[in-house]
Design a protein around this ligand. Sequence first.
Ligand SMILES: Cc1cc2nc3c(=O)[nH]c(=O)nc-3n(C[C@H](O)[C@H](O)[C@H](O)COP(=O)(O)OP(=O)(O)OC[C@H]3O[C@@H](n4cnc5c(N)ncnc54)[C@H](O)[C@@H]3O)c2cc1C
Length: 412
Amino acid sequence: MAKNIIIIGAGIVGIATASYLRRDGHAVTVVDMRPPGEYTSFGNAGILSPGSCVPQALPGVLQKVPGFLSDPMGPLAIRPAHFLKALPWFLRLVAASRLSRVEQIADALRPLLKQTFDAYAPLVQNAGVTDMIRQQGYVVAYSSREALQRDALPWKLRRDRGVVIEEIDGAAIRQKVPQLAGSYVAGLYLPEQGHVTNPERLTKALAEQFQKDGGKILQRKVLDIEFSPEGPRALVTDAGHLPLESLVICAGSHSNEFTAKLGDNLPLEAERGYHVTFSDPRFTLPMPVFLPQQKVFVTPMEMGLRIAGQSEFAGNDTEPNYGRADVLSKQMQAIFPGISNVDATKWMGRRPSMPDSLPVIGPASKMPNVWYAFGHGHVGLCGGAPTGRLIAEMIGGRPTNIDATPFGAGRF
Ligand SMILES: Cc1cc2nc3c(=O)[nH]c(=O)nc-3n(C[C@H](O)[C@H](O)[C@H](O)COP(=O)(O)OP(=O)(O)OC[C@H]3O[C@@H](n4cnc5c(N)ncnc54)[C@H](O)[C@@H]3O)c2cc1C
């Protein structure tokens, strides 16, 4: 039966969910204080990686943190003022780094992300933007064989779940990506992975098509939820009340502000990342490159060459520290010697990160007609369309195409 559904959030997860629900014939309204795709979904690395089933925290994570934090060029930063607030989240992250739990998390993530291309296909075809999706694979480059061997576990976790990974030497790396510095001597090639050429434009194109197909988007800030004895009955926004029948929370790193009101206290952190886009690098890349030692991706995009990475814990609302983006710029000069940084632009975004690296996808624990779709951390672009499809199956009362139990809100 068709329902009236309001979605909070017009990032890639909210728009993909809205698109799938609209395809099922529901009356769908998306509410966001920003235009579609202008928050975290604006500036990610654009990687569509069905193989990204490995959680952020692996065994031994605790031993690595001091080294990361003390390195000014390192990938991790925690603002001292935010440390105590984030401590319970970090304790859960460490608890999720046990090998047995890591295996379970990878088992849950792989079936969701495996459908990345398949789940985006009907949406991009309908919106006429199939050209934005590329599947040329990506190259992983290490500066030594020992460094590659130290990362054996994350690659094994992927291989064990059917991800195709080819080992390549320095010569093969340069054959695939001739522009890379000569210092990369060991690497991998993952042929089934891909990227989008402009994550912001993808979200906007899907949003535009959703509206053409009869969906509504309202630009408003949601301030509160009003309740009747039966459950939520209206959204309080900066432009009046919106009566509510069914609600989906897709508010990215702000989602727990709403779930707390709905009776679910969920551990969500804004894991801030940065990008620098070199608009005129004087060359282009045939495919993205992942540099695991720096934990950065470099992706060829229609706006230029983008380097993205860094994990900064400082809450949602503190000012960006563009010193973190300067770290990325310096790394880019080493990865691609001689690259021109004229007109390079910097950006900060907030990954909605759960401590176990699993998104929350499914019904609210305590409220009827409320659904959650957030917390995709590093893989929200890959996970956007698969999540939309899953939520549409759940709301439609159909059997889900994968086991969604591991994504339940009740796991905390
Ligand atoms: C540097 C970086 C690189 C990344 N690279 C990749 C990658 O290569 N591949 C990948 O899959 N993922 C990547 N990610 C992660 C990915 O970008 C995110 O997981 C994804 O964008 C999250 O989408 P979302 O729709 O959940 O959230 P968002 O895009 O943040 O959207 C949430 C929306 O909710 C709205 N909202 C919040 N509160 C309110 C309110 N009170 N009222 C109204 N609206 C509200 C916001 O305005 C926003 O538009 C990267 C992230 C970063 C930071």
